[in-house]
Design a protein around this ligand. Structure first.
Ligand code: ZN
Length: 239
């Protein structure tokens, strides 16, 4: 069901939080001509959950897609700072799309040889439309790396502002690829260890020399019942 304006401003001009919320929602819809777009955006947000196991990257992407990443543009709108210009290029407003895609410093990163989005256009209307394109054109693995790079770009921006450090473009991509490899490996590990556990046990036992016998003793004691069990395994070189 679509959201509707159900609490507009009354004739007397009485205003409530509910009315503000719905009116704002309706205005946004009129502006972007959406409704089906809204559903599409919801789907794109949902896909973030399945993309990566990294909660940091998930949270970051959802902030960007919900328009609440603390960019200079957002902080300026909330009157927390008085200048919304990007501190890296000092040319344009620092929106999410600017930091992550348009700023010359990020263009350098996306232009790396290993980048799956090399030579992609820059003129997206907003981050959501870029994300939609990334989703439809990239394979899952590539999208995972791109998501890590996006997160890396945002962290780099903060590192520069707060610590005066600035990572080069190739470093960002290398780190993203390493992160994705580590996450993928961690996901595969449980299955692998199950399959290889018998293999591991087999390789752990080495038969004794032909003229020796191997004796393994294991004892267990039940203190409550005052019983003790001993198991003895004797093996020659034939096992
Ligand atoms: Zn910039």
């Amino acid at each position: 069901m679509d959201d509707k304006v159900i609490w507009g401003l009354s004739e007397k001009g009485i205003f409530s939080v509910k009315s503000a919320y719905y009116t704002d929602l309706e205005k946004k819809k009129q502006k972007t001509g959406e409704t089906s777009n809204g559903d599409q955006n919801e789907r794109l947000r949902g896909k973030v959950w399945r993309l990566t196991n990294s909660s940091k990257v998930k949270q970051f992407l959802l902030k960007v897609l919900n328009g609440i990443l603390p960019t200079r543009s957002n902080l300026f709108k909330r009157r927390i700072i008085d200048n919304s210009t990007c501190p890296i290029c000092n040319r344009e407003e620092e929106t999410a799309l600017h930091v992550l895609w348009v700023c010359l410093a990020s263009v350098d990163v996306w232009g790396e040889d290993c980048s799956p989005v090399k030579k992609w256009r820059r003129n997206y209307a907003d981050f959501m439309s870029l994300w939609s394109d990334l989703h439809s054109k990239l394979e899952e693995g590539q999208l995972h790396i791109v998501a890590e790079v996006l997160h890396g770009l945002w962290r780099r921006q903060n590192d520069m502002v707060f610590e005066g450090k600035f990572k080069g473009p190739s470093v960002l991509f290398q780190q993203a690829i390493q992160e994705v490899e580590a996450i993928t490996l961690a996901q595969e590990k449980p299955r692998e260890s199950q399959a290889s556990s018998t293999e591991l046990i087999r390789t752990m036992w080495r038969p004794p020399r032909p003229d020796y016998m191997e004796v393994n003793v294991d004892a267990a004691m039940d203190t409550k019942k005052k019983k003790m069990g001993i198991s003895v395994v004797v093996r020659d070189f034939r096992g």
